[in-house]
Design a protein around this ligand. Structure first.
Ligand SMILES: Cc1cc2nc3c(=O)[nH]c(=O)nc-3n(C[C@H](O)[C@H](O)[C@H](O)COP(=O)(O)OP(=O)(O)OC[C@H]3O[C@@H](n4cnc5c(N)ncnc54)[C@H](O)[C@@H]3O)c2cc1C
Length: 534
């Protein structure tokens, strides 16, 4: 048995291992899977199953753009934020991690793009091998012609491109129900300590190493000594732990810790109205075999360069009539009641519109709750019958890359948590280029469809910016300590045995969801640690 609970640890115990991994989210777990020949301790601040008391440790204060609700964008539990994620998979493109002279001279990641492509493939094979063979597997399906007039009209203008998005039919939550997670926490080389939070680092300034780390639970404190320490606590907590420990050493300081905090700004830009009937297409999403895929609209690299803007994409999401949306919401509510054994569903069959109901089941439900057999059936029906969908308006839901901004940051509050650690303040800041990017995106749609016979774009006057729960950038990679916190191998610049994994090391965020890059980078770190621990 390698899962260790609080009561199985003696007060003030001293434990030793080769590698201490702090945090059991996707990043910590993927990393552990590449180190199966090493003696590992993995500590997790939450429990194996959700416990609301542990969530108090996530309390934050927000200044700047405040849109995320406290505790809803992260979870302290085995699997971390992946317990909440939608498992949408996207890959950064070369442009997004390279020098872009039109926005900033300091964007590029300190390694070659081809390296990350290699790790994307490995990450898909490692985590989803029952679902997909590799990234090329998707491409073969995307080649099939599922373009409707929508795609053709939009592509007529050379400034528009499409992006690819994928979801496996079964969401990998890295939690107690996941085969992947169970294999990790039950493996012989690894001890998993649940409900223990890393707090204080014992740093030896002379040897530039961490000697040990104090970990605490409600009733126990213990010390763990390792050859290598890896922080994989998510972008907010990685920065918070480092900042809390700055006072313990003269060398453990770096002006970039907590800085360049990034998320993906999301905005509904307006409504695209079609004057022609719409059929199912790549842009609206295809639920296929054992995964879903979808295209989104983005602006070409040439246009980004010309307008000096960042990368961004927009989904076209169906807008049903109010009554149809309410009918669907009520149906879902009654269905959930049945699934949770909270009573028999009270469905008013007179109000049900079959066509609109099935369309919304297919187009709106996320992979977490939709059923792949039903989806395959609905898709086949849509395709065979040359079916026209019943809506003619679509929301243009935009998500953009955030400019890496030194003033967008995590710093410490005077308030302390139960382990006497200062809590985090998040100051999420966007700058001029972020606003310019969404204005240009709207302009293109407005200009493009001004004289279009089939499509018309009505821009919202008031646009609300929200985040995407994609925290990143607070311990960014850099060639030297003046410009970032970790080196190209994710090692803290001034400490020989401290590494950081997860989105916090990203130098730029691209406009894509971070999970696949997070796991690709964790594999890369695992291989590096194998080399140095030989
Ligand atoms: C609602 C939502 C939807 C999302 N959808 C998508 C999506 O569709 N596609 C995508 O690519 N990304 C998505 N993301 C983002 C993605 O889920 C995260 O980027 C990713 O899961 C981060 O993984 P991580 O392991 O780096 O960090 P986390 O998942 O945050 O894991 C960190 C772990 O460390 C533990 N911990 C923290 N501090 C300590 C400490 N001091 N001591 C010990 N343990 C500690 C935490 O309890 C946690 O379990 C979504 C996120 C959310 C919240």
């Amino acid at each position: 048995m390698t899962i260790i609970k609080e009561h199985q640890i003696n007060k003030n115990s001293f434990l030793e291992c080769e590698i201490l991994i702090i945090g059991s989210g996707m990043s910590g777990q993927v990393l552990a899977s590449k180190l199966s020949n090493k003696k590992i301790i993995m500590i997790e601040s939450g429990k194996i199953k959700y416990d609301k008391n542990n969530q108090l440790l996530n309390e934050i204060t927000e200044v700047g753009i405040t849109s995320r609700k406290n505790n809803q964008s992260r979870i302290r539990q085995l699997g971390g934020s992946a317990n909440l994620w939608a498992n949408q998979l996207m890959t950064l493109d070369e442009n997004e991690i390279s020098e872009r002279d039109w926005v900033n001279k300091n964007f590029s990641w300190p390694f070659n793009y081809h390296e990350i492509i290699k790790y994307y493939k490995e990450s898909i094979n490692l985590i989803y091998n029952n679902n997909f063979k590799d990234i090329n597997y998707f491409d073969q399906d995307l080649e099939k012609n599922r373009n409707s007039f929508l795609e053709n009209e939009i592509l007529k203008e050379k400034v528009v491109n499409f992006n690819n998005h994928f979801w496996p039919a079964k969401v990998e939550k890295f939690n107690h129900n996941s085969k992947f997670a169970k294999k990790i926490i039950n493996s012989n080389n690894l001890k998993f300590l649940e409900n223990f939070t890393a707090t204080e680092f014992q740093i030896n300034d002379e040897s530039q190493t961490i000697e040990n780390i104090k970990v605490q639970s409600t009733n126990r404190t213990c010390t763990i000594k390792a050859q290598i320490y890896v922080l994989s606590c998510g972008a907010i907590e990685n920065a918070r732990i480092l900042l809390n420990n700055e006072k313990n050493s003269k060398i453990f300081k770096n002006q970039n810790i907590g800085k360049y905090f990034m998320d993906h700004p999301r905005i509904c830009l307006g409504i695209l109205k079609s004057k022609q009937k719409i059929s199912l297409s790549n842009l609206l999403g295809i639920k296929y075999k054992n995964y879903d895929f979808r295209k989104s609209v983005s602006l070409s690299k040439i246009y980004q360069r010309k307008k000096k803007i960042l990368s961004a994409y927009a989904f076209l999401d169906p807008k049903y009539k109010n009554d149809d949306e309410i009918m669907f919401e009520n149906f879902l509510y009654e269905l959930k009641k049945l699934i949770k054994f909270k009573g028999l569903p009270k469905i008013n069959y007179k109000n049900i519109k079959i066509k609109e109901l099935f369309e919304q089941i297919y187009l709106k439900l996320s992979p977490q709750i939709s059923n792949s057999n039903l989806n395959n059936f609905i898709r086949t029906f849509f395709e065979k019958k040359n079916y026209y969908l019943s809506f003619d308006e679509m929301y243009v839901n935009y998500q953009a890359e955030q400019f890496p901004n030194f003033n967008s940051k995590i710093y410490l509050s005077d308030k302390k948590d139960q382990y006497n650690q200062q809590k985090a303040i998040i100051d999420w800041q966007l700058n001029e280029i972020d606003y310019k990017t969404h204005n240009e995106f709207s302009l293109v749609l407005k200009d493009k469809f001004k004289s279009n016979t089939f499509l018309e774009f009505n821009e919202y006057e008031k646009k609300i910016i929200t985040d995407a729960n994609h925290h990143s950038g607070t311990t960014r990679m850099s060639l030297d300590r003046e410009d970032g916190v970790v080196d190209k191998n994710c090692k803290f610049h001034d400490i020989k045995n401290l590494f950081i994994s997860g989105n916090s090391v990203f130098r730029s965020s691209g406009c894509v969801n971070p999970g696949l890059t997070n796991s690709a980078m964790s594999i890369r770190l695992g291989q590096h640690l194998q080399r140095i621990l030989k």
